[in-house]
Design a binder for this molecule. Structure first.
Ligand code: NAD
Length: 367
């Protein structure tokens, strides 16, 4: 039976989700709320949604499923507002917020005792882009789509959501909201703090040591890439997961002190073990095995600086889908080849490695 889906917040996440829903359920009606006119207009004109409004309350009673794709604070406010609305019986309310405890707690507090269902969710994909203009039907492909069930989640809620979102081609997974916030504080929130701190430290240092700007290479780029993330979103993430993040910061300070002490004491064994252990830990981590948005399979080709050399490689790879191609033209101290090509999966990578090795005499490194 065709359903009516209400997406509140027609930003990057909301509109990408609308496209994904339409891919598998073209018969579903998608209603959209957005505060500003620009994204409302784009979403409607490009057929991402069927109707739009700037009045959140107006469409809510029509929906079978309401998905809040808004900043965390606004998500909490709308959950509070929904509690006082005359919604369809059994309506499912969900969200897309990057932290979960504050949102799930608000739902438990305001929606309990009503005939509404709630399931917290966090699609773990995105980019620094914002707004409906950046909508991408493949945004969630292979990415984890995390559900955080709570007391307002009936057993059928999860199945209905998975069916609704099947066109996102994401990997659905369930975890407790608090545990979600703990895990993401370590592997996502804290690394953002580190990346921005490193960037800040380097920028200030470079004022007196100008060459720092030019010598920064692949390692520095990898460490600071996420410092270009959207500041508003990250501010609200940190403020909605404060205690856990503060604990990670304290823990890290202690680690820095320990390695600092080893350096000051010239403790060679300690320093060697420090690096060796980290190398082994990283090699054993899921990050090396997984495709999708967060990680990719990289191939480095040491090509000579000759005309058409990149075209030749691309010609060899015709028919293989590439995620990214990068020319490491600056300092190449810590990279394995000038040309870096990223693939979505191990098979594509293997095929590419084979075809380049067979048809050229360039050195190929898989990392
Ligand atoms: P976006 O900036 O593209 O869209 C945000 C939307 O919220 C816009 O439609 C904007 O009009 C609306 N909005 C902002 N403040 C509002 C307010 N006070 N009242 C009403 N509407 C308001 O951002 P996005 O990337 O789509 O993020 C939406 C949610 O998804 C956030 O909670 C974010 O934490 C989460 N999320 C983002 C990413 C990512 O990388 N972008 C990944 C996973 C989850």
């Amino acid at each position: 039976m065709a359903k009516t889906i209400y997406i509140a917040g027609l930003g990057l996440i909301g509109t990408s989700m609308a496209l994904g829903i339409k891919r598998d359920h073209p018969d579903y009606e998608i209603l959209g709320y957005n505060r500003s006119q620009t994204s409302r207009k784009i979403a409607l004109e490009r057929g991402m949604v069927d109707c739009v409004t700037d009045d959140f309350a107006s469409f809510a009673p029509l929906a079978d499923v309401i998905i809040l794709c808004l900043p965390i604070k606004q998500t909490v406010t709308f959950i509070k507002d929904l509690a006082n609305m005359d919604l369809k019986e059994g309506v499912i309310i969900s969200d897309a917020g990057s932290t979960k405890s504050a949102i799930v707690d608000a739902a438990e507090q305001y929606l309990a005792g009503k005939s509404f269902r709630f399931i917290g969710a966090h699609p773990m994909a995105g980019s620094h882009k914002t707004g409906a203009v950046s909508a991408d039907v493949n945004l969630f492909e292979n990415a984890y789509y995390i559900f955080t069930p709570s007391s307002l989640t009936t057993p059928d809620t999860l199945e209905e959501m998975k069916d609704l979102l099947s066109g996102l081609h994401a990997r659905f997974i369930e975890i407790d909201a608090k545990e979600h916030d703990r895990v993401t504080s370590q592997i996502s929130h804290f690394p953002h703090i580190l990346a921005s701190s490193l960037m800040e430290q380097t920028a200030i240092y470079a004022e007196k040591h100008e060459m720092a700007r030019y010598f920064a290479a692949g390692g520095f780029r990898d460490m600071t890439r996420i410092a270009e993330s959207e500041p508003g979103m990250w501010t609200s993430i940190l403020l909605s997961n404060r205690e856990i993040i503060l604990e990670r910061i304290e823990n890290f300070k202690e680690r820095l002190d320990v390695i600092g002490q080893a350096i000051s004491q010239g403790d060679e064994d300690h320093i060697w073990n420090f690096f060796n252990q980290a190398r082994e830990q990283r090699q054993a981590m899921e990050i090396h095995k997984r495709g999708g948005v967060d990680s990719s399979y990289d191939l480095f080709v040491d090509v000579p600086d000759e005309e058409d050399v990149i075209l030749r490689i691309l010609e060899l790879l015709r028919g293989t889908s590439l995620v990214n191609i990068h020319i490491n033209e600056e300092n190449r101290e810590d990279v394995h080849g000038i040309l870096q090509i990223s693939f979505r999966n191990a098979q594509d990578l293997e095929r590419a490695q084979q075809v380049i090795t067979q048809n050229t005499d360039y050195t190929v490194v898989v990392k």
